[in-house]
Design a protein around this ligand. Sequence first.
Ligand code: NAP
Length: 260
Amino acid sequence: MKFQDKVVLVTGAGSGLGEEIAMHFAKEGASLILNDIDQENLERVATQIAETGRRVVCVPGDVSDPEDVNRTVEMGIDAFQQIDILVNNAGIADTIIPTIEQDIQHWQKVIDIHLRGSYLFSKTVGAHMIKNGSGKVINISSIVGMVGLPGRNAYGAAKAGMIMFTRSLASEWARYGINVNAVAPGYIKTPLVRNLLSKTSVVEDKLIRRIPFGKLGEPSDIAHAVLFLSSDQAAYITGACLPVDGGWTAFGGSGDANEL
Ligand code: NAP
């Protein structure tokens, strides 16, 4: 098992990608510290992990609240004395409506959860990693942080901000033996994307035609990338943003990616 002696903190672990990432680490022997704002989902995932025989601590809380972040890290350190890997994953979707109709409070909430949340957790966990002289931070960005999409300015700005935050932290923390990388998922089958497809103008068939691989991604596609970037095989990779998107960002057209 590749992560037997490692302690991994995953935010937004009660659903979708966070749940999948946590389960993959558990299968590879890691101990887990889990955060999510949804306590019921968080406890469901923690129970699943405990059933695999791994040690798990779950602390419900809001990633954008410094007190919740401190409490989570303190409880994790109390339980395991170390945190080796941090995955900043918690997130919410945009409303995808014209900018002039958007609500400033929702805009701020999107920025706060993704960007401020990643900043707070990285800073708090980073202090322990610096003391240990090693660590891995993985920020879950998005393809929407790499290209511009109408109506997605809060989410796009937050996710692009996470990419630059990744580079900045990578260049600052390499001296302490800490790797900081980002993963930019495309459209992956999770509750967030199911909501996007059912509640907004995004149409599934059209979306799929725009993806060179012609299908949505599986949560495990993202978990595999996160585990790779957290592994010794990625020891010399830092400051990178890895798109895991079935070719979505590689394709420069707007229509059918498989039409020559
Ligand atoms: P998801 O299934 O909705 O899971 C996100 C989890 O984060 C939910 O349990 C959510 O709780 C929780 N959360 C929301 N706000 C939080 C907060 N303030 N503090 C702590 N937890 C909070 O979504 P997902 O698709 O797995 O997304 C995970 C990450 O991947 C997000 O950062 C998202 O932007 C990114 N991403 C996803 C895709 C995709 O295709 N799925 C693509 C690109 C990037 P609630 O359900 O109560 O809100």
